[in-house]
Design a protein around this ligand. Structure first.
Ligand code: NI
Length: 342
């Protein structure tokens, strides 16, 4: 990133604490003659060269530019995200960019990767659930830790270290855009024996998309993961747990089971290791536990989470180890078929 742009952005971006800023005002105040599309282009260049930035439009038309730790500030500040409001975006974008934006967002509702807002329970839309499959592996009192929205350059390495120290396995539901940004991390996770699942490319609510876009969100992410690991994921975690008939049909066609959860730590909401730990203490055999490896406070809880689960006689397993063979399209909330989905 050119020095002048980096300085302009650094002057206006305050990483970690506040994640929403308005580029145009700040850039105007710096006196740097730069248009928003330049910023977007810089972000794209960064992404393609050394993976230092990502950008995208969210549903309201706002432009989101994300920078990894170290790009704009000391690494301890973590990743930084800037959101630009729709009116300002439109004012700053050129004609062709406006068209590109329209094509990009409609009807997508992508998420700011650093700020996922999972709902507390998976949504069910016109969906008749089938019982989760019972495998004999669940007789070993397994439980599955799942980490969504990563990998993150700033937090995932530490998680991987903890899991290795504890000799624990987990399942990572990755966003394609993060996979593209952190290919080495993906390779490390796979090499460590963890399972990698698909969390779509950029975290849209899939039922809001048309069929081609649903397929693209899933297939592109599968391809990105397979390019690195040599294995195509068979597990899909729909963002927000939102699914419907179309998502189910496409998942089935792509050979993917839909993996929800039945224990939500709400780590993204409270950012409190104690609350994450408290949620996990309720875990029983066959449970699927939802966490996010993009928050430092989540990582801070993981060692205790593992200890607490083991003290309860539970063995940590990947989703596939716990569920056994999964059926494409089918929705799983836990491995406890005797009580239905939850
Ligand atoms: Ni998510």
């Amino acid at each position: 990133m050119s020095q002048v742009i980096r300085e302009a952005l650094a002057a206006w971006l305050t990483p970690a604490e506040s994640s929403e800023h308005r580029i145009p005002t700040a850039l105007r105040s710096t006196g740097v003659n730069i248009s928003l599309i330049n910023v977007a282009q810089v972000a794209v260049n960064e992404l393609e060269t050394d993976g230092d930035a990502a950008f995208g439009f969210i549903s309201q038309g706002d432009l989101v530019v994300g920078f990894n730790a170290y790009t704009l500030a000391p690494g301890s500040a973590g990743a930084a995200t800037a959101a630009l409001s729709d009116p300002e975006v439109r004012r700053w974008l050129g004609e062709s960019s406006v068209q590109g934006r329209a094509a990009t967002i409609s009807p997508l509702s992508a998420q700011i990767p650093q700020q996922p807002e999972e709902i507390s329970q998976p949504k069910q839309t016109n969906q008749q659930q089938e019982p989760a499959q019972h495998s004999d592996r669940t007789e070993q009192a397994c439980v599955a830790l799942t980490f969504d929205d990563g990998p993150s350059g700033s937090t995932t390495p530490k998680l991987l270290e903890i899991l290795t120290d504890k000799q624990a396995t987990a399942t990572f539901f990755m966003l394609g855009q993060q996979v593209r940004s952190f290919p080495d991390m993906v390779a490390d996770i796979a090499a460590a024996g963890h399972e990698i699942g698909n969390h779509t490319w950029e975290h849209p609510s899939l039922p809001s998309l048309d069929k081609e876009m649903i397929r693209q969100q899933i297939a592109d992410t599968n391809r990105a993961i397979a390019d690195i690991t040599g294995r195509t994921p068979t597990l899909l975690r729909p963002p927000y747990g939102a699914t419907d008939e179309a998502v189910t049909v496409i998942s089935s066609e792509l050979g993917m089971a839909q993996i929800m959860w039945n224990i939500d730590t709400r780590d993204w909401d409270h950012h409190d290791p104690a609350q994450t730990l408290a949620a996990v203490k309720l875990a029983r055999q066959g449970d699927i536990i939802l966490m996010h490896d993009i928050h430092a406070e989540t990582i801070a809880a993981v060692a205790d989470v593992i200890d607490v689960l083991r003290e309860q006689g539970l063995t940590l397993a990947t989703i596939s180890d716990m569920l056994g063979d999964t059926s494409p399209g089918k929705i799983y909330y836990s491995a406890r078929s005797e009580e239905g989905e939850r």
